[in-house]
Design a protein around this ligand. Structure first.
Ligand SMILES: Cc1cc2nc3c(=O)[nH]c(=O)nc-3n(C[C@H](O)[C@H](O)[C@H](O)COP(=O)(O)OP(=O)(O)OC[C@H]3O[C@@H](n4cnc5c(N)ncnc54)[C@H](O)[C@@H]3O)c2cc1C
Length: 464
């Protein structure tokens, strides 16, 4: 008999209670064979939604590297990792039958599809889920979904005073009472995965490797102490230390959010506690908020009016002109330099600042009048930090279909506030040579929204 330890969203050795499962000192030894498994969901990486591919090659490569590196790290502990590829329910069930599994242990899911898979597995096997990627993941802290507030402020006011995040567990070391399937035994059970070899390529990003993720955290918090100026730099558009860049490793699960939180507390105790250290925790609470909102509303988040209207999963409809505008937006050739520079950054690196994301989303939804779900689907494809709740939740938020009334940004005003001299735009679009903020002048071919006019008058070629 065996126990499958499903390491999806949990490919790490630090703070990983899934690996420690079955080693509780108080519990009798059960002699189940522990089997580490990860399943790459074919649909999540190879299917399309609204005609848009679900994942870029870069995002797939990031994930494949994370799996390969974790496999190596586990092999050093003489633990095998079975790598599955295909439809998760079918693949995991097949493996469970083959290994005569009596139970499956997994991270508590957030998104609807993963919830459905775990529910379906629960109908066939004893399944235990541990909420290892949430700050409020312990039984004592978990909010009730019935009384979960739908506004972030109310959520923060309710949960922040209670926030005693559970301690991260120690880095995993095999325990004598755990009997793991070895690397040699596991490799024999890996069938479909080899067909992905053609896509593998080294991607040195914090989301692609636990070690890189922990190095990023160490650099950002301890070596550079960039956390001390987070609040004043977080709205910048590009660069290495303006913000934490924890999002990709948090999204792929190779960095523990509880570990991050505790490192911030430690910094506050040992170095300084200021507005910036508080603000980084505040932003992590936004992540938390969307996670619980997704658990509360399930697939309503993919409906046209998300949690605000009747369920409508019909495909977004675009006029011929809007189709062209959407394609231009994706390619970063709208003719609005501030939008294009941000989209080119996304297309090139798989990341974009929070300020950039808010602006390109607002532009697509409110200035071009395009269904927000198309923007969310394109972000899903490109973002290396793609996280179902943070992505679809933020898009719905800006559209006014989520946890706020609609948020419209004035792109020219924003460009003048956050790229005063146009340096970011010129770096991304070197063909634009206008001096100072004049570089933000939109192309003459586009229709200028009325609300931009007074801000366009403020563009000047003088450096600020
Ligand atoms: C339209 C849109 C789509 C987005 N899609 C995603 C996504 O798919 N994945 C994702 O992780 N974030 C998403 N965000 C939130 C935010 O933009 C990114 O988390 C942030 O830019 C990542 O950079 P960072 O790690 O340097 O963030 P920091 O500014 O250093 O923040 C620290 C952490 O707090 C969390 N966080 C910060 N802002 C938010 C926010 N608004 N919502 C939720 N969590 C937040 C992230 O985990 C982040 O790593 C989106 C925002 C918008 C407006």
């Amino acid at each position: 008999m065996s126990r499958l330890i499903l390491l999806n969203q949990a490919l790490r050795l630090h703070d990983n209670p899934l690996l420690w499962y079955g080693s509780d000192p108080g519990k009798p030894v059960d002699n189940l064979r522990q089997v580490a498994v990860v399943c790459l969901d074919k649909a999540a990486f190879f299917a399309k939604q609204y005609g848009i591919a679900r994942a870029s090659l870069l995002r797939l490569q990031q994930h494949l590297q994370l799996i390969a590196d974790t496999k190596q790290a586990l092999a050093r502990l003489n633990i095998g990792l079975i790598t599955l590829f295909g439809e998760p329910l079918a693949e995991i069930s097949k493996l469970a039958r083959r290994l005569n599994a009596s139970e499956i242990i997994a991270a508590t899911p957030t998104g609807y599809r993963k919830q459905q898979i775990i529910e379906a597995l629960s109908r066939q096997y004893r399944v235990a889920t541990l909420d290892i990627n949430s700050l409020l993941g312990s039984e004592l802290l978990a909010p009730s979904l019935e009384t979960l507030p739908d506004s972030f402020s109310a959520f923060r006011k309710q949960r922040e005073p209670l926030l005693q995040v559970a301690s991260a567990v120690a880095e995993y070391k095999p325990q004598p009472e755990q009997h793991w399937l070895t690397p040699g035994e596991s490799d024999k059970l890996t069938e479909n995965f080899s067909q992905l070899a053609a896509f593998s390529q080294q991607v040195d990003q914090p989301g692609s490797n636990e070690q890189l993720a922990l190095e990023r955290l160490d650099n950002y918090i301890w070596r550079q102490q960039a956390i001390s100026h987070y609040k004043s730099s977080r709205n910048e558009l590009n660069g290495n230390y303006y913000a934490s860049k924890f999002s990709a490793p948090l999204a792929t699960g190779c960095l523990s959010v509880r570990f991050c939180w505790q490192q911030i507390l430690k910094y506050e105790q040992q170095v300084e506690a200021n507005d910036s250290t508080y603000w980084l925790k505040f932003e992590l609470l936004w992540r938390e908020f969307f996670r619980w909102q997704f658990r509360k509303y399930g697939n309503a988040w993919f409906s046209r009016q998300a949690i605000k209207g009747p369920l409508d999963f019909s495909t977004p409809v675009l006029s011929g002109r809007q189709k062209q505008q959407f394609n231009n937006w994706c390619a970063g050739v709208t003719g609005v330099p501030f939008i294009d520079a941000n989209m080119l950054l996304l297309n090139k690196t798989g990341l974009m600042s929070n300020r950039g994301r808010q602006n390109v989303a607002s532009f697509l939804i409110h200035d071009l009048g395009i269904d927000w779900r198309l923007g969310a689907a394109y972000f899903e494809q490109r973002l290396l930090d793609y996280d179902v709740a943070s992505n679809w939740g933020n898009w719905a938020y800006i559209a006014g279909s989520g946890n706020s009334s609609e948020r419209q940004f004035n792109v020219i005003k924003q460009a003048l506030s956050y790229d005063k001299n146009g340096d970011f735009v010129r770096a991304m679009l070197p063909e634009l040579t206008a001096q100072g903020s004049l570089v933000h002048q939109p192309s003459p071919d586009i229709t200028i929204p009325d609300h931009w006019q007074s801000w366009l008058a403020k563009l000047t070629n003088k450096p600020a």
